[in-house]
Design a protein around this ligand. Structure first.
Ligand SMILES: N[C@@H](CCC(=O)N[C@@H](CS)C(=O)NCC(=O)O)C(=O)O
Length: 206
């Protein structure tokens, strides 16, 4: 398998889960400005919408949309603890939180990254992000270690990746002690460190 990624973008969630599964995979960087990959390929020829993540499977099919990629990686892994079984209420809760991160948190950040956003759009985006992060803080305030409870799931890879954008946008995590502690725990997870190192976001341990 090959993951097309932009360093620190939402594709980091898929990258983290690839490390969780011990799958055999390669990564290829995409330049967000030129849409060329690091081997010189035109990324639009690989994924017509031109955005990451895109996961090229062994048979050549290119799977897109982060939530679908995360679920596919969990379901096709030898590990059975990255996602609850199909048909269970726990699985439905996972889908609920994956959709929350995708539609409510991830997309709330978008105006902060667009060059042509107005100041009003950016102010509204900051408010929306704050509202969504407050909700995450409420969820984590019962002392749970992970987003869905006591166990790591694919939702954590996605929540960590998007919440980490509070760094690059200068928003910070604010007065959210549970989220701050959660982000600290996640940042120490070997899969998170491995993916972040490979994307050049953090240095390798000395
Ligand atoms: N709906 C897509 C959105 C993916 C997306 O927003 N990708 C961004 C990075 S986080 C991207 O590739 N932007 C560059 C571009 O659109 O050219 C998903 O959830 O996978």
């Amino acid at each position: 398998m090959k993951l097309y990624y932009i360093p620190g973008a939402c594709s980091l969630a898929s990258h983290i889960v690839l490390h969780e599964t011990d799958a055999s995979f390669a990564i290829e960087k995409v330049d967000s400005a030129t849409h060329k990959t690091e081997t010189g390929a035109d990324f639009f020829q690989i994924h017509r919408k031109g955005y990451v993540p895109a996961l090229q499977l062994k048979d050549g099919e290119v799977l897109t949309e982060g939530v679908a990629i995360l679920q596919y990686l969990a379901d096709s892994s030898a590990r059975n603890d990255l996602s609850p079984p199909q048909g269970s209420i726990e699985r439905a809760r996972l889908q609920s939180e994956l959709n929350f991160v995708s539609a409510e948190l991830h997309k709330a950040f978008s105006p902060l990254f667009k060059k042509d956003s107005t100041e009003d759009e950016k102010t509204a985006a900051r408010k929306k992000v704050a509202l969504r992060l407050n909700d995450v803080e409420t969820v984590l305030s019962d002392g749970r270690a992970f987003f869905l409870g006591k166990d790591f799931s694919i939702a954590d890879a996605y929540l960590f990746t998007i919440s980490n954008w509070t760094n690059v946008t200068g928003l910070g995590l604010g007065e959210r002690p549970n989220l701050i502690a959660y982000m600290g725990r996640m940042a120490e997870r070997p899969s998170v460190r491995a993916a972040m190192q490979a994307e050049g976001l953090i240095e390798a341990a000395a």
